[in-house]
Design a binder for this molecule. Sequence first.
Ligand code: SF4
Ligand code: SF4
Length: 159
Amino acid sequence: MELKQFVPSEVCLACDVCCRFSEADSVWSPLLTDTDICKIPKQLINKNNKLRLVPYNDVYLCPCFNPVNNKCGIYNNRPLDCMLYPFLLAKRNNKIFLSFDLKCPFLQKKQGSPEFKDHVKYLVEFLGQDELKELIKRNPQIIGDYQEDVVFLQEIALK
Ligand code: SF4
Ligand code: SF4
């Protein structure tokens, strides 16, 4: 499954927001689908089916993250949640929304721009594919219960 990225890779490589977390059990650590779990080495996954974050200086890192070069060690097999980010799936009033995280400095700048709107349309179409709808239905854990810093964009209907 390939997903077009909105944030240019050179921007992400120079940013220190993603893949690092303030707590060992952060709600922001990637949410894994059953398909993701099959692709990731078992020793990197904890008993809650989440990535086993590792302490590093005063934060916790995704075990797949290399802090020396800022790169993901499983980039081509990274979880859907990571492919989508800084967009994400969030729930409100029992509905699922394509949303985005204001903590991403690039999206803060680009929100509302024509390219942002085009990308939202692209993601809504992507998530509306039967294969994706089935994946989401099978894996409700990937719909986050976030509220803070999350901007709700458009409902994703799974029926
Ligand atoms: S916060 Fe945004 S710019 Fe920074 S690494 Fe994450 S996606 Fe890239
Ligand atoms: S799997 Fe890769 S992209 Fe996702 S949090 Fe870990 S290092 Fe970052």
